[in-house]
Design a protein around this ligand. Structure first.
Ligand SMILES: [Zn+2]
Length: 62
């Protein structure tokens, strides 16, 4: 297991597991805020990253 962003393993950094679209992923503590605030940076790793993830804002259009 390794961080989907920096590919560091749990030998080096704390990894947090998460589940998305039927698959299991891990992200390190350093990149968890990035997943929360800049999910589009994960678009090549997570299909449709960031789409409809926000709550309370409704849907927004570009
Ligand atoms: Zn990372």
């Amino acid at each position: 297991m390794k961080c989907i962003y920096c590919e560091r393993s749990s030998e080096e950094v704390p990894l947090i597991p998460f589940h998305y679209r039927g698959a299991d992923f891990f992200i390190c503590s350093a990149h968890l805020p990035l997943l929360l605030h800049k999910p589009e940076m994960f678009a090549d790793k997570l299909p449709q990253a960031g789409e409809n993830w926000s709550d309370g804002e409704g849907h927004h259009h570009e």
